[in-house]
Design a protein around this ligand. Structure first.
Ligand SMILES: [Zn+2]
Length: 215
């Protein structure tokens, strides 16, 4: 009798823990850029002369897990033709509870890639040249995403990073939360939509960078 009671109490507590831990369902959407966002972007992440127009871009909104164990809603600006597949990746990262620090358009950082990285912000569209060149970055087309850039730094061939908080992530093992690694969920899910990873480059490596072209 007493054992039955103990079992019943245990079952009840397991049930309530399971109910309390049930996460909110994934939510995500793809829309044209709202007028307010266009207004913010013009003169910052977008200007006349950029290789794609604002009508060719989409806003992906999606729930994601943070490093705080909470659910947040992120906003990512990408090319129209990749918005659906990108939303699929974010859905699968949510299902895997992969933590992402924050996802806001780079305009919040004055379209400064450096400042966005310092905030460990995940971002996509930014009409800018590849560092040190006059060649458009894949980000200028909205076909590249930088994910958790502090945990996943751009590492020069000499093994350095421009961001002090990234120094402890120069070594890619052991695995720590938020990292993109071979065989991990992030690299795997981007591979499923046909995107390449900067962690596979030779020479300088860009562990945060995923792109449709692989460049
Ligand atoms: Zn990038």
């Amino acid at each position: 009798m007493r054992r039955a009671l103990v079992v019943a109490v245990l079952l009840l507590s397991f049930t309530s823990v399971a109910a309390a831990a049930k996460p909110p369902p994934f939510r995500g959407s793809v829309t044209a850029l709202p007028a307010s966002l266009r207004g913010t972007m013009i003169g910052l992440s977008w200007h006349r002369g950029c290789p794609v127009g604002l009508d060719e871009l989409r806003l992906v909104r999606a729930r994601h897990w943070g490093f705080d164990g909470q659910v947040h809603t992120g906003r990512l600006v990408v090319a129209r033709e990749v918005a659906g597949p990108v939303l699929d990746v974010l859905r699968r990262l949510y299902a895997a509870r992969f933590p992402i620090r924050r996802i806001v358009p780079v305009d919040a950082y004055g379209a400064s890639d450096f400042r966005s990285i310092e905030a460990d912000n995940t971002s996509a569209f930014n009409c800018r040249y590849v560092e040190g060149t006059t060649r458009w970055s894949e980000h200028s087309y909205g076909r590249a995403i930088d994910l958790n850039p502090i945990e996943n730094p751009y590492v020069t061939v000499a093994g350095t990073t421009s961001h002090p908080a990234s120094r402890r992530y120069l070594r890619r093992a052991p695995y720590r939360a938020g990292m993109a690694v071979d065989g991990g969920v992030v690299v795997r899910e981007f591979e499923k939509i046909g995107w390449g990873w900067g962690g596979h480059w030779s020479g300088d490596r860009d562990y945060q960078h995923f792109s449709a072209s692989g460049r």
